[in-house]
Design a protein around this ligand. Structure first.
Ligand code: SF4
Ligand code: SF4
Length: 370
């Protein structure tokens, strides 16, 4: 007789526990806000700027908050961070937050605390400014400190340029605010800015065939190329890669996954200046930058050629733009031909976006169209 097991009662199914999202993006910003900012979030009556570098917020509740904005080096050693924190503890109220352009914003609840805080910051080498219609601190990339593909030292170019522009950071004399950015390769960080300084490779990568087979995943490198210029090849009996130099647009995208495809070059990696980018929707739609100067030498430690072009554009913009015109609005009003006339920059064939695949952006460069 076969034994039939009595059916066991199934345990009630547990409600599945939702897996917590792994958040590796931007942290919750509320933890960095001054308590008064948090208390009155979204309930402000008005705000103004009693002096460059200081914001004053008045809440509907009657609370007032002053925020002192100062520039930092972005890449700071521990000693400098401690010095900054000591100032914040002594003259501020123990609260600080970093902005996207590496400025610090320190909130205080009393106007009497503002001037001593400004003095302490300035005397320690942190210039106060960057508010309103100023030239804000340059949003710059990590460069050699953290990244493995830079063609130049981004923070060095930023330091040299901001030394020339420090008075424009501390005053609010521009027609509108001016955002600058730098990128030490052609493909990654940086971002849209009123004026951007971007590495520009001018020669295809040189391939070290002895290393490719040991270091590179060839399919990954082939897939990286935006113009399909890379092919697998056998060189001296070893698996390697070859580049169709007629197709190559010298973007440098193959170098990060395959360092033996060396594209950084002391002579042929140059710097280009782009203008007219904007992320915000304020007064006009966001805009893309366009290249207006190319082939500037990558000339450390002070990059004088880059500083000369950037300060020249800023000088003409300051004199010629109407109040509240961003750089892109000003160029839109006067037109690209007048932009080149007024700034004295030379329009060359290198400024024309002639990549065959980009039908959609052929009309996006600064060239004159008929
Ligand atoms: S811009 Fe390019 S090279 Fe510079 S830090 Fe970013 S990814 Fe690296
Ligand atoms: S530099 Fe850019 S276009 Fe040239 S081979 Fe490398 S990925 Fe392709």
């Amino acid at each position: 007789m076969s034994q039939v097991e009595a059916p066991t009662k199934a345990a009630p199914a547990k409600a599945p526990t939702p897996r917590r999202a792994i958040e590796s993006g931007v942290p919750d910003n509320t933890q960095f806000l001054h308590p008064l900012m948090l208390k009155n979030y979204g309930k402000w009556k008005y705000h103004d700027r009693p002096r460059p570098g200081v914001l004053h917020h008045v809440a509907q509740s009657g609370d007032e908050l002053w925020t002192v904005k100062a520039g930092t080096q972005r890449q700071m050693d521990v000693w400098t961070i401690r010095k900054l924190c000591d100032i914040i503890d002594k003259f501020g109220e123990g609260q600080v937050r970093f902005t996207i352009r590496s400025n610090v914003e320190i909130g205080v609840s009393k106007w009497e605390k503002v001037e001593p805080l400004v003095k302490a910051l300035e005397s320690a080498g942190f210039p106060v400014g960057g508010t309103g219609n100023s030239v804000s601190m340059i949003a710059h990339t990590q460069g050699w400190l953290h990244c493995d593909i830079p063609g130049t030292d981004a923070s060095g170019a930023v330091k040299a340029l901001m030394d020339d522009l420090i008075h424009e950071f501390k005053r609010e004399e521009m027609p509108n605010r001016v955002h600058l950015s730098t990128s030490c390769c052609e493909i990654n960080c940086g971002g849209q800015a009123d004026i951007a300084i971007i590495v520009q490779h001018t020669k295809p990568p040189k391939i070290n065939h002895d290393l490719v087979a040991n270091v590179c995943e060839r399919p990954a490198v082939v897939a990286r190329c935006p113009v399909a210029a890379i092919r697998p090849a056998l060189v001296n009996g070893k698996p390697s890669l070859e580049v169709d130099e007629k197709k190559c647009i010298c973007c440098g995208a193959c170098y990060p996954p395959c360092p033996p495809m060396q594209i950084n070059d002391p002579e042929h990696s140059k710097l280009a200046i782009w203008v007219g980018g904007k992320n915000s929707n304020a007064r006009g739609k966001p805009t893309f930058m366009k290249m207006v100067a190319s082939g500037l030498p990558n000339n450390p430690p002070r990059w004088p050629e880059v500083s000369e072009v950037v300060t020249r554009i800023l000088r003409v913009y300051k004199e010629d733009a109407r109040s509240w015109e961003r750089l892109a609005d000003w160029i839109e009003r006067i037109g690209w031909p007048r932009f080149f006339e007024k700034t004295g920059l030379t329009f060359t064939k290198h400024l024309i976006d002639d990549w065959r695949g980009s039908r959609a952006n052929l009309n996006a460069s600064a060239h004159i169209r008929f």
